[in-house]
Design a protein. Structure first.
Length: 478
């Protein structure tokens, strides 16, 4: 390893709060990865194999990416076949609505917590990594690292491939094919993520020309959506008009078998870093200021947990102790809250006066952070006689990620409701809506942490239907 890489890793480790042991494990594992895997690293799988906590590994990857040692990639994944339809280095290049999967010939909705998968490419690999070295590695590169049916689909694609050819930039190649009557075939090019249908025509029905059938490929895909070829042996002439080497494969399509694979077993993705996880990672938000983003960015989230806090008694505090002392207490409280958020996979989205808005990938993380905040707040207010206390509210639901001018903010009714629920809390209360309280693990976590709860029906301003709100309070402090 070069001294420069070594120094960069050490600097990133220091910034991410990573220990010497963790850094050593990270470093060793990184250098045992084959180039094809180092070109698209699943940070969770990497952390598990290296023996590092996942959150710690993600923080280290993010700091390394900031220093240029890794390229951060946002992959748009087809939920049906797991193909990485497109991979971009900036979140504002993620398609807002849908992307088209050429393998399935279907549109897939882009959703940050579902079809957006983040990976890291080890940049020193650079040109040393030959993407077209072997087909398996090439195919893996363009396939989700955590798709629930990944192995079966990979095996399907191997068994049903009938021919493939590699073509240099501006090159031409012949693809020899033997086609059976009544079958369906597709041509696929993963480099440009494009596909074309091969229609098998009986020889006597094929429009009589002596010219050999041909297709060309540009950055925009194949020149035609379909090509007619005769039953039996034939040759398709392919032209590569792109500036890169491409691999084109012909595949027989058996929808019954594909359906059987997709409906078998669990539909659960393996461990993966989704777009939602990364947006709610404090290190990512701290490292990548997003003022250069597209101002009209709007990306959908299916389920985001939002937490709002407020500090009770802070106005009286300014009155009594003066601005400077009050300011110090408020700042200490912000620092303690931020720590409680980031150590539970969340990020502080913004602060407003003495209030904090934070977001989490799951309700459990949000609740754990709320409990940690209450503990931290006791420490901050230790030795004080006044009733400075924290009021916390949580809610979860769909939201839009938008550009707030300097970073990602969240928008939508879920945000409004979370803020209103916080408004119902008194000092020391953690209030939440039914969607969170219905998740078994959440009340269990609170009870384990010494909280008691009861529910009430509340009318929230700006919300047409009354919400059932669950109010939890520490049994020791009451
Ligand atoms: Zn697909």
């Amino acid at each position: 390893m070069s001294p420069l890489i070594s120094a960069t890793l050490e600097s990133a480790a220091a910034r991410s709060g990573c220990s010497a042991v963790e850094l050593n494990r990270f470093n060793q594992h990184l250098h045992t990865l084959p180039a094809s895997q180092a070109a698209r690293i699943n940070p969770y799988e990497f952390a598990d194999s290296a023996g590092i906590a996942r959150e710690q590994a993600v923080d280290l990857f993010v700091h390394c990416a900031k220093l240029g040692l890794f390229d951060l990639e946002w992959g748009m994944v087809c939920p049906l076949c797991g193909a990485v339809v497109r991979s971009v280095s900036k979140i504002d290049h993620v398609a807002e609505d849908t992307v088209h999967c050429c393998i399935c010939n279907k549109d897939a909705e882009t959703i940050l917590d579902d079809t957006i998968e983040v990976s890291f490419a080890y940049s020193p690999l650079g040109a040393a990594f030959d993407l077209h070295g072997d087909y398996d590695a090439y195919q893996d590169f363009f396939t989700s690292y955590s798709h629930p049916h990944g192995e079966q689909l990979r095996s399907y694609r191997e068994r049903y491939a009938i021919a493939d050819v590699k073509i240099e930039p501006d090159g031409q190649a012949n693809l020899p094919l033997i086609l059976k009557s009544g079958e369906v075939y597709r041509l696929l090019c993963l480099d440009t993520h494009s596909g074309a249908e091969i229609r098998v025509i009986e020889k006597d029905k094929l429009a009589g020309t002596s010219e050999a059938p041909r297709l060309s490929l540009s950055e925009a895909g194949f020149s035609e959506a379909a090509v007619d070829l005769p039953v039996g042996a034939s040759t398709l002439i392919l032209n590569n008009h792109t500036e890169q080497t491409v691999w084109i494969r012909a595949l027989r399509i058996d929808m019954d078998e594909i359906q059987a694979i997709l409906s078998s077993g669990s539909a659960q993705y393996g461990p993966r870093l989704t777009g939602k996880h990364l947006l709610n990672n404090q290190a990512f938000r701290d490292c990548f200021a997003l003022h250069e983003w597209a101002p009209d960015l709007k990306l959908k989230l299916r389920n985001l947990t939002l937490l709002f806090t407020d500090l009770k008694g802070s106005t009286a505090l300014y009155d009594r102790e003066g601005d400077l002392a009050a300011y110090r207490l408020v700042q200490d409280h912000f620092a303690a809250l931020k720590k409680a958020v980031s150590s539970n996979s969340g990020a502080v989205i913004k602060t407003m006066g003495d209030a904090v808005m934070a977001a989490f990938p799951s309700g459990e993380c949000g609740t754990a952070a709320a409990v940690a905040m209450m503990v931290a707040m006791q420490e901050v207010a230790k030795g004080r006689k006044d009733d400075v206390g924290l009021k916390v509210g949580l809610h979860a639901g769909p939201a839009l990620a938008i550009n707030s001018g300097s970073n990602v903010d969240y928008f939508g009714q879920t945000v409004n409701i979370a803020a209103r629920v916080q408004g119902l809390a008194d000092a020391g209360d953690i209030c939440m809506t039914g969607v969170l309280n219905d998740e078994e693990a959440i009340p269990a976590l609170l009870i384990r942490s010494g909280y008691e709860g009861h529910s009430e029906v509340a009318t929230l301003k700006g919300v047409s239907v009354a919400e059932r709100v669950y109010r939890y309070h520490s049994a020791q402090s009451s």
